[in-house]
Design a protein around this ligand. Structure first.
Ligand SMILES: C[S@@+](CC[C@H](N)C(=O)[O-])C[C@H]1O[C@@H](n2cnc3c(N)ncnc32)[C@H](O)[C@@H]1O
Length: 283
C-alpha cells in the first residue's frame, strides 16, 4: 500500500465501524488481511496497491491508470469501487447524479461501466485539485466516460432544483444534513437513492430521543431516515462497505415504489435489457 506520509497518516480515527464489515467485492485480493489492512490509507495510492490488481479487466486497467498518476488517496479509490459495486444494480437508467461528489470517482464509475448511462452529473461546491488526474486516468482506459459527464459546481441548495428529474441519486459521505437533502431530493423525484452517510451532527431531522438514548445517534438517525423512505413507499435495504476502508461504512439502498415492485429502471432506457459486458468486467 501507499508509501507516503508518516505512521500518523495511516491511522483512521479511533472509532468503531457503524455497520458490520463486508467483503471486498471488486478487488477481492484485499480480502487477504495482509493486503486489506491498509485499505483505509489516506495517502495517495501508489505502486503498492498493485498487489491487489491481478488481471486485465477494465477495473484493473483503471486502477493501474489511477496508480500511475497517484491520482487520489488510496482510501477514496477502494471506497469508490466498493460503493459502485453495491449501488449499480439500483442506480440504473439514463442519468445518475453524484451529490457532494468530491473527486467524483464513485459517480464516474457509472460513466465507465454502465452502458445505459447517458448522463452523469457531478455536484459539488468546488472541483478538487486532483480531479484532472482522475479524468486523465479515465481518458486513458475509458475515453467514453468524459463525454457523459457534466460538472455542476454549486452548493446543493442552488444545484438541486435544476438537476435532471430522472437522475438516480448517489451521496457518498455527503456530510450530515447533506445526506438528508439527498434523501429529500430522491423522495421528491421518486428516484432511487444510494447513500453512505457520515457526520451525524446537524442532521435535518432529529431522531426520536428514545431511539437515540437506546441505540446511539448514528443508528437512530439512519433508522429514522429509513422509516422516512419506507413511509414514502420506498424499499430500503442496508448494506455495508468493508470496515477496513472506513468506519462510516453503512450503505442505505432505497428503491422507489415502481422500481421496488417491478425492478423497472428509470429514464429513457426504462425496461431495456442489461447489456452484458466483456467477460470478467465490472458489469
Ligand atoms: C466528505 S466529502 C465526500 C466526497 C466524496 N463523495 C467522497 O466520498 O469521497 C464531502 C464533499 O461535500 C462537498 N460539500 C460540502 N458542502 C456542500 C454543499 N453545501 N453543496 C455541495 N457540496 C458540498 C465538499 O466540497 C466535499 O467534496
Amino acid at each position: 500500500m501507499p508509501r507516503t506520509e508518516s505512521r500518523a497518516a495511516h491511522r483512521e480515527p479511533a472509532c468503531a465501524p457503524v455497520a458490520p464489515s463486508s467483503s471486498f467485492a471488486v478487488f477481492r485480493a484485499l480480502n487477504d488481511p495482509a493486503l486489506g489492512a491498509h485499505a483505509g490509507h489516506k495517502g495517495r495510492i501508489d505502486q503498492r496497491a498493485l498487489a491487489a490488481v491481478r488481471g486485465a479487466r477494465l477495473e484493473d486497467k483503471l486502477l493501474r491508470a489511477l496508480v500511475a498518476r497517484e491520482a487520489l488517496p488510496a482510501k477514496e479509490v477502494w471506497e469508490s469501487f466498493e460503493t459502485f459495486a453495491r449501488a449499480r444494480r439500483v442506480l440504473r437508467g439514463r442519468c445518475v447524479v453524484d451529490l457532494c461528489c468530491g473527486h467524483g470517482l464513485a459517480g464516474l464509475l457509472f460513466a465507465v461501466f454502465e452502458r445505459e448511462l447517458e448522463e452523469l452529473v457531478l455536484v459539488d461546491e468546488r472541483v478538487p485539485a486532483n480531479h484532472p488526474a482522475v479524468m486523465a486516468a479515465l481518458d486513458e482506459v475509458a475515453p467514453w466516460a468524459r463525454a457523459k459527464t457534466r460538472w455542476v459546481v454549486q452548493g446543493l441548495k442552488s444545484a438541486l432544483p435544476a438537476l435532471p428529474r430522472d437522475g438516480a441519486i448517489l451521496a457518498v459521505h455527503a456530510c450530515g444534513v447533506r445526506t438528508d437533502r439527498a434523501i429529500e431530493a430522491a423522495l421528491a423525484a421518486r428516484v432511487p437513492l444510494v447513500a453512505v452517510p457520515c457526520c451525524y451532527e446537524g442532521t435535518a431531522q432529529r431522531a426520536p430521543s428514545g431511539l437515540v438514548d437506546a441505540l446511539g445517534v448514528v443508528l437512530a438517525v439512519d433508522i429514522d431516515r429509513s422509516y422516512r423512505l419506507e413511509q414514502a413507499g420506498y424499499a430500503v435495504r442496508w448494506t455495508s462497505l468493508p470496515a477496513a476502508i472506513t468506519p462510516m461504512n453503512r450503505v442505505i439502498v432505497a428503491r422507489p415504489p415502481a422500481a421496488a415492485r417491478g425492478g423497472v429502471t428509470l429514464g429513457s432506457n426504462a425496461g431495456s435489457p442489461r447489456v452484458p459486458g466483456p467477460a470478467g468486467e465490472l458489469r
